[in-house]
Ligand binder design. Structure first.
Ligand code: IVH
Length: 696
C-alpha cells in the first residue's frame, strides 16, 4: 500500500510526463515515446485516480484530451466536445464492456453495434453550412482546436460542397484524416532523392502536413479522409442509427469507410475484430484497432458519457507495431557476397505480436541517418511479417530530463525491462572482416562495405554453399545450414566443388550423422548433378544474377560455353540485363578462379541440361502479365517470378488494367486491393502450384 505522500508525488510526476508527451504528440508532431508506453502512463494515472477520486484535480490530463493548440492558427471552440475512446485489448474485456452496457440500460436484449477500423490518423471536425464547407478544425484538447480549413480544403476526398436529400442546414462531421501507406512511401522516397527530411510514419506525416501554414505544401501531400460521426446538427435531422447516418453521409458525398459493418452482440464484434486484424497489412492505411459503437442513437443518448469518453463506444486495440527498447550491441554480419550488414541486438520486446531481439540496420548510411548509438533507446517497428527495423532514436535528453524510465518502472513491470542502461557508444564500421580478418572494402559509389576475403572467408563460403544447395539452385536435399557449418568448420569443404568430393565414410563421421543419413545425403548430392542450365547459373551466386536473370541467360544462349564466352555487348542483348549486370557476369567468368571452379564441377559430374532455345511466343503464358504479391510458403517471390517467366509470362511490379493475373499470398497489400478494384483475376499459392504443375 503506497502512502498518500508517495501517491501524490507519483501523480504529480505522471501528470507532468503526460503533459510533456501530449505537447510533443499533439503540438510538435514529434512523439518521444511509442503510443503503447504513453497508454501505459495514462492507464496508471486513470487507475490511481479511480482508486482515489479525491485526488482527481481539474487540470489532470485525465480531464482533457491532448493539449492546447499551438500559436499561429486561429482557435476553434467545439460546441460539442470531441471525445476520446476507452480501449480494450482482449475479447474478455470486450465482453465486460457489453455487460456494463446491458446493466446500465437495464436490459438483456443484445444490441446491434456498428464496427469499423480505427484509423491511425488525425481527428478533424468539418462544419458544413447549407452544404458548403465553412470550417475545418483539429480536435486540440477536445474543447478547443485549431482552424485548419486552408489545409483541409486541399484534401481531395473532403467535399467542398455537399448535396442530396435531407441535408441539415448546419452539419458538423467528424472523422480521421490520414495518409495512405503507398502515398507515404512514395512521398518519403521522393524526399530522400531530394535530400529532404523523411517522416517516421504515415500518422506523423499526416499530422505534420495538416499543421503546415502554407497550404500549397499540403495540397501536394497524399492525404485522405474517412468520416465516423456527426457533431453539431441544426436545421434538419439525422437518422436514428449510426449505420443509416453513414449511408446518408455517403449519399451527400462524404467519404466513409467501406469496411464498416453492423453486427449483433459482442461476439459479432469479436469476429469483426478478427477479420479486420487478419486484413490489417493488406489495407493501404494504418489502423491500430477497431472502433465498436452502439448502432442505435437513442441507446447512445441513454448511456451518455464519462468525463472524456462515451459509454456507448469502445476501441479494441491491436498489438502495437512500434515499441521502445534499448540497442544493446551492433554486430556486423557477412553475407554471401561479402556485404557487411549491421545487425542491432536489442533488449527483447513484444512487438507486432512476436518477441523481437534483432533488427536490421541495413548499412552505415542508415546508421548515420538515424543518428543511432549503442545504448540508445530506440523505437522498433514490426508490421505484418516485415523484418523488424529501428525507425527512430528516442532523444537521450528526453529520457534523462523526464526520468521517463523511472516513471515507466512504476507504470508497469514489463516496462522495467527496458530501463537497464547500456553505456553510450558510437557504432563504428569495422576495417577488417569480423569473421576472417580480411580487409573491408567499399566500391566507388556503393553504400555497402564488403569483406574482401571471398571464399576464403568462412562466412561467405557458408553462405555461398547454402545458396548453392538451396531449392531454386542445385536443390540438394538434406544439406542444411547446420551441416554446411560442420563441413566448413571441419575443413572438409573449402569450395563449392568439394561438396561432390565427399563420400559416405566421411559424412558418416559427422556429428549426429548415421550411415543411413550419410547415404541419403550422398544420394542427394549426386542427384543434384543433373540440373538445368538456369539452376546451375543461379547456383554459382554471380552478383546481380537472380533466378529470373539466370533463366533469361540460359534461354538466350542455350549453353554454358556460350554464356562463358559472351562479351558484355552480347550479354546486354539478353532481356533485363543492363550494363551493370552484364559487367558483373563478364567479370565473373573472366576470373580464372571461377573458370577453374566450373571446370572442376563439370569434371565431378555436374551436368547442366542445355536448353533447346524455345521461341518465346510458343510458351504457354506468352503475352500475359503477372504480378506476385504477399508472402508465399513453398517458395519465395523470386522463385515464383522465375517459374512464371519460364512459362513465358512477363512479371510486373505493379498492378494495372493490363495485368492478366495476380498471385497473392498472406500480407498482400495495396496490389491486391488494386487488383480487386480493377476486377483482375487473383489466385492464391495452391492455385499457382497447380498451374505450374500442369505445365511441368
Ligand atoms: S469514433 C466518440 N471511429 O480514435 C467517438 N474514432 O482514441 C468518436 N479514431 O479521437 C470517435 N478511427 O481520432 C471513431 N473509426 C473511428 C476512428 C476513430 C480513428 C480516432 C479518433 C478518436 C480516437 C480515440
Amino acid at each position: 500500500m503506497q502512502d498518500s505522500a508517495d501517491l501524490q508525488a507519483e501523480l504529480g510526476e505522471l501528470r507532468r510526463l503526460i503533459n510533456y508527451h501530449n505537447t510533443r504528440y499533439y503540438q510538435l508532431d514529434a512523439p518521444a515515446i511509442p503510443d503503447q508506453d504513453y497508454d501505459r502512463l495514462f492507464q496508471r494515472l486513470l487507475d490511481i485516480e479511480a482508486a482515489h477520486p479525491q485526488l482527481v484535480s481539474a487540470d489532470s490530463p485525465s480531464q482533457r484530451v491532448g493539449s492546447a493548440p499551438l500559436g499561429g492558427f486561429t482557435q476553434v471552440v467545439h460546441v460539442l466536445p470531441m471525445l476520446s475512446l476507452d480501449k480494450v485489448f482482449t475479447a474478455d474485456d470486450l465482453k465486460r464492456f457489453e455487460e456494463r452496457v446491458l446493466k446500465r440500460l437495464n436490459t438483456s436484449v443484445i444490441p446491434e453495434y456498428c464496427c469499423e477500423p480505427k484509423i491511425d490518423g488525425v481527428a478533424v471536425s468539418l462544419l458544413y453550412r447549407h452544404g458548403l464547407l465553412e470550417r475545418a478544425a483539429t480536435r486540440g484538447d477536445g474543447t478547443t482546436g485549431e482552424d485548419i480549413t486552408h489545409n483541409v480544403r486541399t484534401v481531395k476526398s473532403v467535399p467542398l460542397r455537399l448535396s442530396g436529400d435531407g441535408l441539415p442546414s448546419l452539419l458538423e462531421v467528424r472523422g480521421e484524416i490520414f495518409m495512405t501507406k503507398s502515398g507515404f512511401a512514395a512521398m518519403n522516397a521522393e524526399a530522400v532523392t531530394r535530400g529532404e527530411r523523411t517522416f517516421v510514419n504515415p500518422r506523423n506525416a499526416a499530422a505534420g502536413t495538416l499543421r503546415q501554414l502554407d497550404s500549397r505544401l499540403t495540397a501536394r501531400r497524399p492525404l485522405t479522409m474517412f468520416c465516423y460521426s456527426a457533431g453539431l446538427v441544426e436545421g434538419g435531422e439525422l437518422p436514428d442509427t449510426l449505420s443509416a447516418i453513414f449511408d446518408r453521409f455517403a449519399s451527400w458525398g462524404l467519404p466513409v469507410n467501406g469496411l464498416r459493418q453492423v453486427v449483433t452482440g459482442i461476439e459479432g464484434c469479436s469476429n469483426y475484430c478478427d477479420q479486420v486484424q487478419a486484413r490489417r497489412t493488406t489495407l493501404d492505411y494504418e489502423i491500430d484497432g477497431v472502433v465498436i459503437k452502439l448502432n442505435s442513437v437513442s441507446l447512445q443518448q441513454e448511456l451518455g458519457m464519462n468525463a472524456r469518453t462515451p459509454r456507448w463506444a469502445m476501441a479494441f486495440k491491436f498489438p502495437a507495431e512500434e515499441v521502445a527498447t534499448v540497442l544493446e550491441e551492433v554486430e556486423f554480419q557477412v553475407g554471401r557476397t561479402g556485404a557487411l550488414t549491421p545487425v542491432a541486438r536489442l533488449q527483447p520486446v513484444f512487438v507486432g505480436g512476436v518477441t523481437v531481439s534483432n533488427a536490421t540496420l541495413h548499412n552505415m548510411d542508415e546508421v548515420r541517418r538515424l543518428g543511432v548509438r549503442i545504448g540508445d533507446r530506440v523505437i522498433v517497428r514490426r508490421a505484418g511479417d516485415v523484418i523488424p527495423k529501428i525507425v527512430q532514436v528516442i532523444p537521450r535528453t528526453v529520457v534523462e530530463e523526464t526520468e521517463l524510465a523511472d516513471a515507466m518502472d512504476a507504470a508497469s513491470a514489463d516496462a522495467a525491462a527496458i530501463t537497464a542502461s547500456v553505456p553510450l557508444r558510437d557504432i563504428v564500421a569495422p576495417t577488417h572482416c569480423p569473421v576472417c580478418g580480411s580487409p573491408v572494402v567499399q566500391e566507388a559509389g556503393e553504400v555497402l562495405l564488403r569483406c574482401s576475403g571471398a571464399l576464403v572467408c568462412r562466412a561467405q563460403l557458408i553462405q555461398a554453399l547454402l545458396h548453392f544447395a538451396s531449392r531454386g539452385a542445385m536443390d540438394i536435399e538434406g544439406l542444411g545450414g547446420k551441416l554446411i557449418e560442420q563441413l566448413v568448420e571441419a575443413g572438409l569443404v573449402k569450395s563449392l566443388a568439394d561438396l561432390y568430393r565427399l563420400d559416405v565414410d566421411i559424412l558418416a563421421r559427422l556429428e549426429r550423422m548415421g550411415l543411413k543419413s550419410a547415404q541419403n545425403l550422398k544420394a542427394g548430392i549426386d542427384k543434384s548433378k543433373a540440373t538445368s542450365l538456369a539452376r546451375f547459373l543461379f547456383a554459382l551466386g554471380i552478383r546481380e544474377v537472380g533466378e529470373a536473370t539466370a533463366l533469361n541467360l540460359a534461354r538466350h544462349f542455350g549453353s554454358l560455353a556460350a554464356i562463358m564466352a559472351a562479351d558484355e555487348e552480347s550479354l546486354k542483348t539478353v532481356e533485363d540485363v543492363g550494363p551493370v549486370v552484364a559487367a558483373r557476369i563478364a567479370g565473373f567468368f573472366a576470373q580464372s578462379l571461377n573458370r577453374d571452379l566450373i571446370e572442376q564441377l563439370l569434371l565431378l559430374g555436374v551436368s547442366p541440361q542445355e536448353l533447346a532455345v524455345v521461341p518465346a511466343e510458343k510458351l504457354p503464358l506468352a503475352g500475359q502479365t503477372w504480378v506476385v504479391t504477399g508472402s508465399l510458403e513453398s517458395m519465395d517471390r523470386n522463385q515464383a517470378k522465375a517459374a512464371l517467366q519460364a512459362l513465358g509470362a512477363k512479371v510486373a511490379g505493379s498492378v494495372s488494367a493490363k495485368t492478366t493475373c495476380v498471385v497473392a499470398g498472406p500480407g498482400a497489400g495495396s496490389k491486391l486491393a488494386t487488383a480487386e478494384e480493377l476486377g483482375i483475376k487473383v489466385i492464391n499459392e495452391p492455385e499457382l502450384l497447380a498451374l505450374l504443375e500442369q505445365f511441368q
